[in-house]
Design a binder for this molecule. Structure first.
Ligand code: RFL
Ligand code: PHB
Length: 397
């Protein structure tokens, strides 16, 4: 067994783990990253597409925003289509100048992985049997297999950035953790295609046939989603069927403008709301999807991972630079305040824009009235816009 020593062991090489690694590196704090998948697999995953300003600022602070500055598309508004009518929510006007940036999670991941390679930072991809130990003591450790060798990392802290299915949250004793969950009775069928987007801005579609979303990755690459029953299988959806159904959910103008083409990726993602309390367990800190999941309707998943890392990186840097544990002690509280607000917003957008099989005609009418109120009132639109561009990071301590 080879013994390694470091300050922070980071489990998981998604956006949360990579960003934490980069920020610690910038601050001169030694760390090791352990990932169970291959680097190619991690870099190839197609997921989120919208960055809040808070996330863009953090990527700038981490020194990995060169590509983002060139290729990111600033968006000042979104459109919502309901009852055959399109409404524009002017995000920038309603929030005193804020905007969001279209830049794929795939690109964020690639930029961070490249920076890591260039800095020669220590990473173990394709690690197997990753286990964490003794995190309620001041001598936590991580064990894993890599190639034919066994490793133990002795560290001060473990950052659990290993996503919803990871081992970090699962290693916490049941009596020390509380989880909150809501599973939705439908999923999103997503298609990525090299065709120009149907419109300059994202269109969120509420229709009698179910929700749809027209998004993009660039001016030549589109990302579209359809609400589908959980029982649907991706292999039973041909490209033709996908485009046909998307057209059925759009307004005549967009239907006319839609450019279709072969899919380069197609997948179904289930929708879930999930929160873990607390997010700190001794020397183990959970961040990102390891601690919480949101349905993608509010575009918050990746952004929440980034804001957790903003709190965690600052707390660790403060600890190593001054010896103060203030940030570490308030980590859970600081994150969870923002997490619950993003959970509420994502749940509300999901509830408002999707068709639920179980909803009564009365509930359906009430939802239509709520959407009509929100879109018809500046106060209503401001609520939506403020949450969509991202709430400020507020610190408790
Ligand atoms: P990630 O990206 O899931 O990364 C976790 C990493 O940990 C690794 N791992 C382990 N490593 C070592 N040992 C173990 N035992 C391990 N177990 C797991 C995994 O291989 C992985 O590399 O979590 P992170 O960093 O917290 O980032 C969060 C975001 O990825 C996530 O919130 C968003 O992508 C969610 N999400 C979406 N969010 C949006 O805002 N808009 C979207 O359109 C959107 N689409 C999606 C999504 C998530 C999806 N998942 C999780 C299935 C579509 C999908 C399909
Ligand atoms: C995406 O482009 O993948 C995307 C955009 C906005 C969302 C969800 C996903 O709300």
């Amino acid at each position: 067994m080879e013994i390694l020593k470091t300050k922070v062991a980071i489990i998981g090489s998604g956006p949360a783990g990579l960003l934490l690694g980069q920020l610690l590196y910038k601050a001169g704090i030694d760390h090791i990253l352990i990932e169970q998948r291959s680097a190619e697999y991690v870099a190839g995953r197609i997921r989120a597409g919208i960055l809040e300003q808070v996330s863009v600022d953090l990527l700038e602070e981490a020194g990995v925003d060169a590509e983002l500055k060139v290729k990111g598309l600033p968006h000042n508004g979104i459109e919502i289509l309901t009852n055959g009518e399109k409404y524009r929510v002017d995000l920038t006007k309603l929030t005193g100048g804020k905007q969001v940036t279209v830049y794929g999670q795939t690109e964020v991941t690639k930029d961070l992985m490249l920076a890591r390679t260039q800095a020669g930072l220590s990473s173990f991809y394709e690690a197997h049997n990753v286990q964490i130990h003794d995190f309620y003591t001041d001598q936590p450790s991580v064990t894993f297999g890599y190639k034919d060798q066994k490793f133990i990392i002795q560290c001060d802290f473990i950052a659990g950035c290993d996503g919803y299915h990871g081992i970090c949250r699962a290693s916490v004793p049941k009596d020390k953790i509380k989880t909150f969950e809501k599973v939705y009775p439908f999923g999103w069928l997503g298609v990525l295609a090299d065709v120009p987007p149907v419109a300059d801005e994202l269109i969120y579609v509420q229709s009698e046939r179910g929700f749809a979303l027209c998004s993009m990755r660039s001016n030549t690459r589109s990302r579209y989603y359809l609400q589908v029953p959980l029982t649907d299988k991706v292999e039973n959806w041909s490209d033709e069927q996908f485009w046909e159904e998307l057209k059925n959910r759009l307004d005549p103008e967009s239907r006319e403008k839609l450019v279709i083409g072969p899919s380069i990726e197609k997948s179904i993602a289930p929708l879930r709301s999930f929160v873990t309390e607390p997010m700190r367990f001794g020397q183990l800190f959970l961040a990102g999807d390891a601690a919480h999941i949101v349905p993608p309707t509010g575009a918050k998943g990746l952004n929440l991972a980034a804001s957790d890392i903003a709190f965690l990186s600052k707390a660790l840097i403060e600890y190593y630079q001054t010896g103060s544990e203030n940030g570490l002690e308030h980590y859970s509280e600081n994150c969870l305040k923002r997490v619950w607000k993003a959970e509420r917003f994502s749940w509300w957008m999901t509830h408002l824009l999707h068709r639920f099989e179980t909803e009564t005609e009365f509930e359906h009418k009430i939802k239509q009235a709520e959407l009509s109120y929100i879109l018809g009132s500046e106060a209503g639109q401001t609520t939506l816009a403020e949450n969509y561009v991202g709430l400020p990071l507020q610190k408790a301590g």
